[in-house]
Design a protein around this ligand. Structure first.
Ligand code: G3P
Ligand code: MG
Length: 247
């Protein structure tokens, strides 16, 4: 089974720098994170960029749907000024730019495929080959995750050697069949709905459990005691300090 650090920076270090930007990933590395999670999304013209929301409005000076914007349009946007004036000029990173930074900082990563309806397979088919082409095998093996089963199935076809994380908010009824079909390595749950019994049963079937988004060390401690393998957190520096012996 793949080994992950216990503390993973969620979208980088998003309390310290604008989420899902190179500044945020750099900051996570400086905070001591060994891994970061990020959201990969597809532009109108098929480029893979790092962005969380469907809409551009919250985390950039653009508006409307990311999926309706070309890469050229996105490249003209500012993705840092909304967070704090000193981050003005941060751009929406391409996947290639993010991978280059991860390699330079020796950061492992969880690439979450953030699909838009109808292009689930397209995103996997665009994103996975970029990683396959440029990510050295000497660096940590990435985890590929998604809420989209279609995207995970495509990831399994394209890069079967990379572990897959099956994401959900509440554990779905058919999780056993789905996890088996998708060849999941981990089940990645919203910690708010996760129970100890669920963790025990999931682990009993041989899957790892990861939990998002955990911003209180006491909660992380409880989850680790249940057998949760890793937490995604907005405060990697504080969490790492709290669990210095474990990460
Ligand atoms: O992968 C964990 C977490 O990032 C999933 O939710 O909405 O923050 O992408 P979200
Ligand atoms: Mg995410």
């Amino acid at each position: 089974m793949a080994i992950f650090p216990r503390i993973i920076g969620h979208r980088g270090s998003p309390r310290s720098a604008p989420e899902n930007t190179l500044a945020s990933f750099r900051r996570a590395a400086q905070d001591g994170a060994r891994w970061v999670e990020f959201d990969a999304a597809l532009t109108l013209d098929g480029r893979v960029v790092i962005f969380h929301d469907d809409e551009l409005d919250r985390t950039s000076d653009g508006s409307g749907l990311l999926a309706d914007a070309t890469f050229e349009q996105l490249a003209a946007l500012d993705a840092g000024g909304w967070f704090a004036p000193e981050f003005k000029g941060e751009m929406i990173p391409t996947l290639e730019e993010a991978l280059e930074l991860f390699a330079n900082f020796n950061l492992g990563f969880n690439m979450e495929l953030k699909t838009d309806k109808g292009r689930e397979v397209d995103l996997a088919a665009a994103a996975l080959p970029i990683v396959l082409d440029s990510w050295p095998s000497s660096l940590p093996t990435p985890l590929i995750s998604s809420f989209s089963r279609q995207a995970l199935a495509a990831a399994k076809d394209i890069a079967p050697q990379w572990p897959r994380g099956f994401l959900f908010d509440r554990l779905p009824e058919d999780w056993r069949e789905a996890a088996k079909l998708l060849g999941a390595a981990t089940l990645n749950a919203n910690h708010k709905h996760l129970t100890r019994d669920q963790v025990l049963e999931i682990r009993g079937l041989g899957y790892g459990v990861m939990a998002y988004t955990v911003n209180e060390p006491a909660r992380a401690e409880t989850l680790f005691a249940w057998g949760v393998e890793a937490v995604f957190t907005d405060i990697p520096g504080e969490m790492i300090a709290a669990f210095a012996k474990l990460t």
